[in-house]
Design a protein around this ligand. Sequence first.
Ligand code: SF4
Length: 579
Amino acid sequence: MFDIGVEQLMGRGVPGGRSKGVAGDREGILAGLKQGAYEKMTQERETQDGGVKPPLQGESAGESAASGRGTFYLETFGCQMNEHDSEKVAGVLLARGYRQVESVDEAGGVLYNTWSIREQAARKVFSRLGEFRPDLVRAREEERSLQGLKPDITCDRMSDLKVRPPKDERTQESPSLAGGEESGAGARSQVPVGDSHRDPSTRDARSGRAPSSAGRIIGVLGCVAQQEGERIFTRAPWVSLVCGSASYRKLPQMIAELEAGNRRVTGLETDTDETFETEVTRRDNPWRAYLTIIEGCDKACSYCVVPFTRGPERSRRSASILEEVRKLADAGYTEVQLLGQTVNSYADPSARKMRFSDLLVAVAEVRGIRRVRFTTSHPRDFGKDIVEAIEAVPGICEHVHLPVQSGSTKVLRAMARTYTRDEYLEKIAMMRAAKREISITSDIIVGFPGEREKDFEETLSLLDAAQYDGAFSFKYSPRPNTPALKMEDEIPEEEKSRRLAILMERQREIQRAHNERLVGKTFEVMVEGKSRREQQWSGHTSSNKVMNFTSREEESLGDYVQVRVVSTTPNSLVGEVVG
Ligand code: SF4
């Protein structure tokens, strides 16, 4: 039986079963997001169904290798928005002839696409960068030398740096959803990189540059890049490229500048639309395509870094979205997930002025598209028209992620969430009354400044009232550049941990009861993963539940099958193929 869901492999985690993630037999499932995993999946698919393989968008690694350009290693931290941003980065670089490699050792450029919604993730980025610290590299070399081993790097090349693979990151702290509406709370940034990086002796003696710049490009992309900006160069002088999400289109030009001898380059604009449409996106998943329809956020929740790191809200023109969806369908994608920090705040900038709910319907009507998902929704902008669209169009998945963050109106006010507990529960009631059963998930922060025991109790009672199908829960800790940073964070860590444990246990029980009610029911599942164990597969229902199932047939990844639920866990369903 599977003990991990594809959800985790998709960089998210299991609702209700985290924040720590769930350890498990990850190797048992072949599906994943990295290029190698994708290739594995598609090769497998070819052998199974005679070679029908949806093409990657963008130039293949083989083609790019032929062009003789450099190689890059790209590691992604964080949410679906970041995963999709990395697809854009890879697409842009592959299209320019660069080749993506699977390890730092092989790479001429090392790029970290970062995420700073929570402090731990931001800290890990600097920890990764710290592994490139020249004195550490030298110490490793000396140790090798003392052991009589052949030095396999020089400080200039740094080619033996060991960077843990991204999947470890996902298991440790897989974030929930699209980066914005989830708990944008972390703690003050720590700087694990020591002072020794300022030691002039760590610099390349010939060029005066940080040694790494003589051998390879080290780049920081995404949220931490945007948040820390040029301060990264002070913390980690061997970094040569700092680039926010709105500037990915310019990456080849920035890399060319470095190759031409420039020591450092930055791209830190936040208010452009360029983030939507790189000329080419190299998508990792051959069946489910992520599509950003709105970037940035204007909501200004007091704990959240997103308005600072991703800038103001900008929506993509509906015609451009639909054109891309048609291309995706032609390329073999059957599922599209529309992304935005507050996806339902979408405001079509074209004269057409399509509402978000109309856009959902239009995407679902594109020939070849079988499922449309969307995440993350903001309660303020979640209206009846979205529920009506879900009711009317089977292709729109019956799942809504609607973060509440707290069950206390007092705390919601301090968070600047723009709705009360009662207003939020009205949205839940609206969904529960829908003709189709809608699966609802949420994000919750415990220990926000000023949260008294009574407030926490209100959050627990909201869980009972909302009956979520899943919830991602986090302890609050302050983040840089947020208004909440100025609030006194007076709740001790142990108390936050206590509340988090109680909340997770309560939610786990709700999910257990929810899932048990599904035994005997049959759901359509997209086949997304195959276990090494015989006849074991996994995928998602339209309601976004993880289904691990048995089939006597050799299923094809990407196909849809009917699966009857035979047993459940709080985080997943267990079933068998019928028919
Ligand atoms: S709605 Fe609030 S939590 Fe969500 S991205 Fe915007 S500011 Fe952050």
